[in-house]
Design a protein around this ligand. Sequence first.
Ligand code: CA
Length: 352
Amino acid sequence: MIRSLVIATIFIATCALSTGAEAKKHPKTATHAAYANRADAMEFANDLAARRDLDPAWVRQSIGQARLLPAVQRLVLPPAKGTAKNWQAYRARFIEPVRVRAGLRFWQEHARTLERAEQEFGVPQEIIVGILGVETIYGQHMGNFRVIDALATLAFDFPDAHPRAAERQAFFQRELEQFLSLMQRIGQDPTAPRGSFAGAMGLPQFMPSSWVRYAIDFDGDGHVSLHASAADAIGSVASYFIAHGWQPGMPTHFGVRLEGTPTQQDELLAPDILPTFSAASMQARGALLDEAGANHTGPLALVELQNGTNPPSYVAGTENFYAITRYNWSSYYAMAVIELGQAVKAAREAAR
Ligand SMILES: [Ca+2]
């Protein structure tokens, strides 16, 4: 659940390993940048402790152990301008044999838990399987940065080169606060959890605020563990979707063919992925829906997926397509989740 850059998750494991290796080779460089000596970080710690009614010494010590990670500063930057969006290339990274096979194994191993999640929450098993596959290949790549380091780096030294640096820095300060409150509440050492460069954790890559709000104990052992319990991850993804407007039984998207004028097309694309048009008003603007889409009663969005220099792909996204983008704000991400889930489901049916 890195809200900026899914593509980067692929590289996290590699980058994290190289950072770890460097830290071992140059232990002084790693400790040199610790936040214990930073007045702004210690002031933040004192304020946070007061706001959350936490022990100020514990908060100062926790943040004081965090280290500035230049790799995190690099990874949080958006791709260089002029990088063409390409759905076919994006798709090929996620819907590929290794990930589909891992998905099939995961589904076989956790079939009963996935069924239970679908029954209790109304979120289809293939959507949960799609999310966990795109995020971490079912727990294989959960990120190897210390979460406290990643969050402190982005909370106190967010790179100015980012177009929304102030807003994003404020976001990560809130996440750091949520993280420390969570660690205090569950009695865990805040230097222990590992995660992505953005501080996302576990099989579903939940940010701390999402962990606090939506994570659930779905295996009933009395603890929420998104790193070690596939069942907790499965239940927590379903819980997240329901909280973000998932409607049981509704498809995610329909096929659509564009035959309108460029002006009509611009009108349809203006609301981006926010479902805005009725099926009839979409068709009146020359976007011809497949049969199921034409009969859909809820609002729809015309979703454009660019293919580099080739013509774009289009689908008509429902409110459930939009719900998937609440996990990660990208239509490419949502489509990859849907198609990976479908591919694993097809492999499972073929294997029966
Ligand atoms: Ca549990």
